[in-house]
Write a protein that binds this ligand. Structure first.
Ligand code: 8YV
Length: 312
């Protein structure tokens, strides 16, 4: 089937080139005002190719009357108007599973970096401070208590890694997972009080918006460490900044932010914080697998009208 594809934003050079060589593609980011362009040309597209970052808003979808599939690069689909798509029978695919390892690896990296202060120690050595005295003692990781908010596929991979560090693991979900060998905590505040480390691996979107509020941060407390590899929207960032500045929270490892790539200035000045620029899935190996999965979905749709990894 010949399909006209609207690509919402650029991915890797390799991906952009391959997509353009295999399909008739229009790059939306090169068309000036996106909605004005779609007002005129939107009816000409059958498939949208996008990513977790660029998404596909309801306003865009309204201007794409003939679109039948949205193929997204990424596991999060909070930026895609999934409900509007469902109502119109538009299929949506994403790239689950292939990035679990890398996101879970980064979560553990942030846990260890926050506790052992590897990044801060690196800054200490580079600043020539070692000759003047020893680096302050840090905090142990092995054997500590790790709470997981959102025990999905990535959360389970974090839990397995934490078990390898002899950590105790408990989790908070909307419902207990009968197959999970970890303690379920229905009360998020109780989980935060129990945890030395609270790791966020839940989806973004309206259901989890500001789930991590001032009371949760206070429950985690001045020795507690928050690690966020899910979405910036899950944390009330203003409350987080205040808790860190006032010493009510021990530290944080953040890969995601509310208005990324903007990071609040107040965070940049703090040393009990590890900041990463949304690199959870950002390895050569994983990004290649994510790309391949987008192309496999496109092929399945153009050949058989069915997506391989649909959002359900
Ligand atoms: C993005 C992510 O896909 O998968 C997700 O949900 O947040 C990342 O892996 C990546 O930043 C490209 O948008």
């Amino acid at each position: 089937m010949d399909c006209r594809i609207l690509q919402v934003g650029p991915l890797t050079e390799r991906f952009n080139r391959r997509l353009a060589s295999e399909h008739a593609v229009v790059p939306l980011w090169c068309q000036g005002d996106a909605l004005a362009f779609l007002d005129g040309q939107g009816a000409g597209f059958d498939i949208v190719v996008t990513s977790a970052r660029f998404g596909c808003s309801a306003a865009m979808l309204e201007r794409l009357p003939n679109v039948r599939a949205i193929c997204s690069f990424g596991v999060g689909y909070d930026a895609i108007a999934v409900e509007a798509a469902r109502q119109r029978g538009i299929q949506v695919s994403y790239t689950p599973d292939v990035l679990n390892d890398c996101v879970a690896d980064l979560a553990m990296g942030l846990v260890i970096d926050c506790a052992r202060r590897i990044s801060a120690a690196d800054r200490f050595v580079r600043a020539g401070l070692w000759t003047a005295g020893n680096f302050p003692l840090a905090r142990k990781v092995s054997g500590k208590r790790l709470g997981i908010v959102g025990l999905g596929r990535i959360g389970k991979d974090v839990a397995r890694r934490a078990s390898g560090f002899d950590m105790q693991v408990r989790y908070h979900n909307r419902r207990p997972d009968a197959d999970a060998p970890y303690g379920f905590e229905a009360d998020l505040l109780a989980l935060a009080r129990w945890s030395d480390f609270l790791v966020l691996t839940c989806p973004g979107g309206a259901a989890t918006h500001h789930l991590i509020s001032a009371p949760v941060l206070d429950a985690l407390g001045p020795e507690g460490i928050l690690v966020n590899v899910s979405r910036g929207s899950v944390v009330d960032e203003t409350a987080l900044v205040a808790a860190l500045l006032e010493g009510r929270l021990g530290g944080a490892g953040l890969d995601v932010f509310e208005a990324e790539p903007q990071v609040p200035d107040a965070l940049l000045a703090l040393d009990n914080l590890v900041l990463a620029p949304h690199i959870g899935s950002g390895t050569e190996e994983t990004r290649l697998q994510m790309e391949e999965l987008v192309f496999a979905n496109l092929r399945a749709f153009t050949d058989k009208g069915e997506l391989l990894t649909p959002v359900v």
